[in-house]
Write a protein that binds this ligand. Structure first.
Ligand code: BES
Ligand code: MN
Ligand code: ZN
Length: 505
């Protein structure tokens, strides 16, 4: 999809499809409530929309749509009216859903381009989202609707929609903040798409080697520095925890290091670490077979780091970012680690692996130690770490943990702006008790209670020298069921976080 943004006169813009919003009228008057662009079009069309509303055919009900052809007085071939619901309830979610509805409705049309005017109208008074926010989320939602995972069905259907170009139509020329938000959103969308595709690819395609090759491609395309550490490098570094996880598989492990230098040479980098388990069987602590296929998404953290780095490089963000991805498979076999095995992490701390299915923290702890050499300003790791996080927060918020409250606050701010939301959970020392081991410095699992927190507490033992935050994206990285597929989260959040730092300079 090609995106653009410009100043348009709604009734005069030449397009295959003009997309306008309609608020639900008040119950008392029953009259429709039109945003400015819609009001102008109604006026140019001699009150045609108003008549439709009076006749009861244009309710403005949330996500309802109506297509009109040949509206006299209007240059667009079609007018697509999208119900926005009540004006007072037109908050962030309603706004975003209205764009999803608009995108869905255009899919059945013959139009090859559309001009969408919904972002030009205000949200409910109770929210205070600027035009830049509305534009950003219009790009995200429209882009999301037109994402396709292609290439693995043998009968590739012809493109299921005709639309190729989407323009965000504004009543005045976009100011620099709006233009910047638009450009950043388009670049972010590219990163989201990359993350989704990597997540959706099956584990027999998307191996650690494949991830490393994708990272190399990125590096070449955007002139980013790259280094890929192999098993022998990990051995030299003493990454006993990472090496323990990869023992059970024939697939070679990789530690991918991407170095994007958009900021000044001496600026300390933002380090993003992504869990890259390309398939998690659980190992000898084997998972039940139901829905085990979804463990191909266990590299979603890695995918989001690749996506974020791609987005930031594409928009030439003035910030230094290091993407660090420990990647391997977690398989049971004759060479696999066993419950009770004790290994030495790169930090020197020993770990009793009581459950081989708690592998994410094992590969992350060595990556966290490794990243100290980059003298990071902040470190954020992103991981599909615990099923417990899905139980705690469902599929709405990612779990946030941090040893540095200003960083947690910064992340919560970026998450709100990106509408890629997080919820902070405690990292209190009290929870460390669960990781006690009789035989090593720590165990890799606590009990069932507060599973996400004890996982974060484990990581905290490797980040004492860092300003660090951990995002548990187990509930947010993909959807199950009929809509099964990667969401690309938290790419928008990571990009926003890094961008806010670029602006701060
Ligand atoms: N990748 C899983 C976490 C997961 C499970 C994410 C289900 C999304 C859905 C992780 O490696 C894992 O297996 N965690 C265990 C930890 C436990 C053994 C302490 C879990 O959550 O059950
Ligand atoms: Mn696991
Ligand atoms: Zn896992």
């Amino acid at each position: 999809m090609k995106f653009s943004i410009r100043n348009v006169i709604p009734e005069r813009v030449k397009t295959g499809c003009l997309v306008l919003g309609v608020f639900r009228g008040s119950a008392k008057s029953g009259l429709p409530d039109f945003p400015e662009a819609t009001r102008r079009v109604d006026q140019a069309a001699a009150g045609r929309l108003r008549k439709l509303a009076t006749a009861g055919d244009l309710s403005g009900r949330k996500s309802s749509t109506l297509v009109l052809h040949g509206v006299t007085g209007v240059s667009a071939t079609r007018v697509l009216l999208v119900g926005l619901g009540a004006r007072a309830e037109f908050t962030e979610n309603a706004y975003r859903e209205s764009l999803r509805a608009a995108a869905a409705a255009t899919k059945d049309l013959g139009a090859t381009d559309a001009v969408v005017c919904i972002p030009d109208g205000e949200l409910a008074e109770s929210t205070s989202r600027k035009l830049a926010w509305r534009v950003r989320h219009a790009v995200f939602m429209l882009g999301d609707a037109f994402y396709r995972f292609e290439g693995l069905k043998s009968r590739n259907a012809a493109h299921p929609w005709k639309l190729q170009e989407l323009t965000i139509g504004l009543s005045s020329r976009p100011d620099s903040a709006t233009q910047k938000a638009f450009d950043a959103a388009v670049a972010t969308l590219g990163g989201v798409s990359l993350a989704r595709t990597l997540g959706n690819l099956p584990a027999n395609v998307c191996t650690p080697t494949y991830l490393a090759d994708e990272a190399r491609k990125l590096a070449r395309q955007f002139k980013i520095g790259i280094e890929v550490l192999e098993r022998r490098d990990m051995e030299k570094l003493g990454m006993g925890a990472l090496l323990a996880v990869t023992r059970g598989t024939a697939e070679p492990p990789k530690l991918i290091v991407l170095k994007y230098q958009g900021g000044s040479k001496d600026a300390r980098p933002v380090v993003l670490i992504g869990k890259g388990i390309t398939f998690d069987t659980g190992g000898i602590s084997l998972k039940p077979s139901a829905e085990m296929d979804e463990m191909k998404f266990d590299m979603s953290g890695a995918a989001s780091v690749l996506g974020a780095v791609r987005a930031l490089a594409a928009m030439k963000a003035t910030v230094n970012v290091i993407g660090l991805i420990p990647a391997c498979e977690n398989m049971p076999s004759g060479t696999a680690i066993k419950p009770g095995d004790i290994v030495k992490s790169m930090s020197g701390q020993t770990v009793e692996i009581l459950n081989t299915d708690a592998e994410g923290r094992l590969i992350l702890c060595d990556a966290l130690t490794y990243c100290e050499r980059f003298n990071p300003d902040i470190v954020v790791d992103v991981a599909t770490l615990t099923g417990a996080c899905v139980i705690a927060l469902g599929h709405v918020a990612s779990g946030l943990f941090s040893n540095h409250q200003p960083l947690a606050n910064e992340i919560m701010g970026a998450a709100d702006e990106a509408w890629d939301r997080v919820w902070q959970l405690p990292l209190w020392e009290d929870y460390q008790d669960g990781l006690r081991s009789n035989f090593a410095d720590m165990a890799n699992v606590g009990g069932r209670p507060a599973g996400s927190i004890t996982a974060a507490c484990y990581l905290a033992r490797f980040t004492r020298k860092l300003r660090w935050a951990h995002l548990d994206i187990a509930g947010t990285a993909w959807k199950s069921g009929r809509e099964k597929g990667s969401t690309g989260r938290p790419v928008p959040l990571l990009v926003q976080l890094a961008l806010a730092r670029a602006d701060r300079r």
